[in-house]
Design a protein around this ligand. Structure first.
Ligand SMILES: Nc1ncnc2c1ncn2[C@@H]1O[C@H](COP(=O)(O)OP(=O)(O)OP(=O)(O)O)[C@@H](O)[C@H]1O
Ligand SMILES: [Mg+2]
Length: 360
């Protein structure tokens, strides 16, 4: 950051009264006063601060050729930093009435993600808060998001072992968030879904988008929220009805992603008839029925890539994750262990050598 900007930045940080009156004055993560009972885990890579000019240079002025996708926060562009590093740059682009909400999400994303370091969470390389402009700079994920692959946009057909690998990677990332090892206290992601599971060049799953995440003080299993936030199709019914957010709300959303992996269908598909639009409602009753289960397996998967035994185990896990009563759902750590067993059962059933299993 040029010297002039650093000094203006520091001057603004010193002026407390201005901080309160002007919501666009950006405060560093350290000053957001999140109280920790245990000290946060040591940050391995501090995130960098970029200028608007650097963001423009990196993306050829946000050219359409560099556009990777569009979401609720704004557009995402592929970019190259001055250091030569290839990154994904998310540009906040919201109508005026949603700017305050966007600013809140931006701050939570920077605060939480810059403290996390795990192979199954996307890395935040840095951010830019220049005037009203907001950008988040992430490691570039070569294979995009999981939903596109399940809908046939990806270049590789996703067979069962690859789907199990993605499920296990995402489960491991969520289990890490739910454990206190991430920042000293558990974190609920609150927007876990197939578009927020990104895949690297080796199809390793990494969870993204922490703007709605919530820290859960130790010993507190429930947090009552005034607003129910998240994405249709993935909402925990208990949270929706009562506003009570728990770690198990993420487990429900994880169960929905397991169903997407199993069936290749979308969590919500408005092109279907009124009774078939919601995936959970559509398949919940047949997940433990071995005969009917065959009918919902994604026909895109090669028959030779899965054993029925592993599919039955997987469907059973999914059915427990999407139980209405949050207490009846497994923990994310249970999901990790079961998925490891399912992966092993499938490869053993197919007679795959152990070294092949390790390569998946
Ligand atoms: N780090 C990244 N590397 C590569 N592509 C990315 C990266 N982050 C996001 N994308 C792409 O940009 C798209 C838009 O992402 P974004 O998070 O803004 O929206 P979304 O997850 O699809 O929806 P929502 O805003 O509801 O969460 C993603 O679907 C993904 O394909
Ligand atoms: Mg996203």
């Amino acid at each position: 950051m040029p010297f002039g900007l650093v000094s203006a930045w520091n001057k603004r940080r010193r002026s407390k009264s201005e901080d309160h009156s002007n919501p666009w004055v950006y405060k560093t993560a350290e000053s957001w006063q999140i109280e920790y009972r245990n000290p946060p885990a040591k940050r391995h890579n501090a995130s960098s601060v970029f200028t608007l000019k650097e963001m423009e240079e990196a993306t050829c002025s946000f050219s359409d050729e560099n556009l990777l996708g569009k979401g609720g926060f704004g557009r995402v562009y592929k970019g190259i930093l001055r250091s030569g590093e290839v990154v994904a740059i998310k540009k906040m682009d919201l109508p005026a009435f949603k700017e305050a909400e966007g600013e809140r999400e931006f701050r939570v994303e920077v605060d939480i993600l810059s403290r996390l370091d795990h192979p199954n969470l996307v890395k935040l390389i840095g951010y830019c808060a220049d005037g009203k402009h907001r950008f988040l700079v992430y490691e570039y994920m070569h294979k995009g998001n999981l939903q596109d692959h399940l809908n046939g946009i990806g270049e590789v057909k996703m067979d069962w072992p690859l789907r199990l690998k993605v499920a296990l990677g995402a489960a491991t990332g969520l289990a890490y968030l739910h454990s206190s090892s991430a920042v000293g206290i558990p974190i609920v992601h609150r927007d876990f879904k197939s578009t927020n599971i990104l895949l690297d060049s080796n199809y390793e799953a990494k969870i993204s988008d922490f703007g709605l995440a919530k820290l859960m003080p130790e010993g507190q299993e429930t947090c009552v929220t005034a607003q129910v936030l998240g994405t249709f199709g993935y909402f925990d019914p208990e949270y929706t009805l009562t506003g009570k957010l728990t770690l198990q709300s993420d487990v429900y959303a994880f169960g929905v992603v397991l169903l997407e992996l199993l069936t290749g269908r979308r969590a919500v598909d408005l092109d279907q008839g009124p009774n078939d639009q919601n995936l959970v409602l559509q398949v919940r009753h047949i997940l433990n029925d071995k005969k009917k289960l065959r009918k919902v397996i994604d026909p895109e998967m090669s028959r030779g890539s899965y054993t029925l035994e592993s599919v039955i185990m997987f469907a059973n896990l999914a059915s427990r994750c999407v139980r209405i009563e949050s207490r009846e759902r497994p923990s994310m750590m249970d999901c990790v262990r079961e998925l490891q067993l399912i992966l092993y059962t499938n490869s053993k059933g197919l007679g795959m050598a152990m070294h092949t299993l390790r390569m998946i």
